[in-house]
Write a protein that binds this ligand. Sequence first.
Ligand code: C2E
Ligand code: CA
Ligand code: CA
Ligand code: CA
Length: 279
Amino acid sequence: AKREGRNVSHVFCHRSSPADKIRVGLESALHHALEREELRLVYQPQVSISDQCFTGVEVLLRWQHPVLGDVSPAIFIPVLEETGLIERFGEWVLRNACQQYADWLSQGLVPEDSKLSVNLSPRQFRQRDLAERIQQLLADCALPPQRLTLEITESTLMVNLDHGVQILNRLRTLGVSVAIDDFGTGYSSLAYLKDLPIDYLKIDRMFVQDIVTDTHDAAIASSIINLAHNLGLKVIAEGVEDSAMLDVLAVFGCDQYQGFYFARPLPAADIPALVTRSV
Ligand code: C2E
Ligand code: CA
Ligand code: CA
Ligand code: CA
């Protein structure tokens, strides 16, 4: 009887808790966000540390709700993921960003060896025919596969490592590059890294933000960089906010960075001017 009671109250809470109402509200608002053109893309430059050259951009999704204003991706991406809407929204992000990058390339506004990075959520990563969809999309946009990097987190891969590796192999066969995002924040062991068909590790902002003052964070960042280089991978540091952080990363031999120090995520129209500034 006690257990039944708990179940009943659980069901009741589930239906009416404030957090759930907010979630359901966000969900229905998100259903209309695409058609109502409340979504837009911003681009954050990635820069080579040794010579300050522009190496590419990461595209990030923004949602501006007419009443709620700007809603953080940290809030709405998980809702998209849980409801499955991420498949449609993710396709929209990929298609628009690839088209934008192809336009920049054809107009000579970005270097021809630079890259567009796009985040893939766990559900998108496991979408059926992901590689075929991406191949089709690249063809539609006339973007060479070598110009695209897909960012996935360790936890996305860890759901089912063997299956994940198969998907990665298919993507890389297309010519697309793969980056492990938020590296160091997951629960995975380092042992699996040596067998992963990937190209880049992105050091999470968590290890970068105090790199100048915290010797332990500096040790972790330096170790990640050495490990990655020994495995033939390139390293991108996230969240670089000042020149002191950049100096430390340069000493450690980090390859690229992105962060407010060079530029915040910006609307597409602002990117070409930054490319000229960096080259
Ligand atoms: P992420 O992939 O780790 O993206 C980097 C985040 O760090 C972005 O937050 C960016 O604005 C922020 N950032 C960049 N430089 C700095 C800096 O110097 N200092 C600080 N404090 N922050 C910096 P944002 O745009 O709020 O995105 C948050 C997360 O939402 C992303 O983390 C990513 O996981 C997810 N996300 C954003 N757009 C998409 C998307 O199109 N698809 C998917 N699946 N996820 C997305
Ligand atoms: Ca990312
Ligand atoms: Ca990240
Ligand atoms: Ca993150």
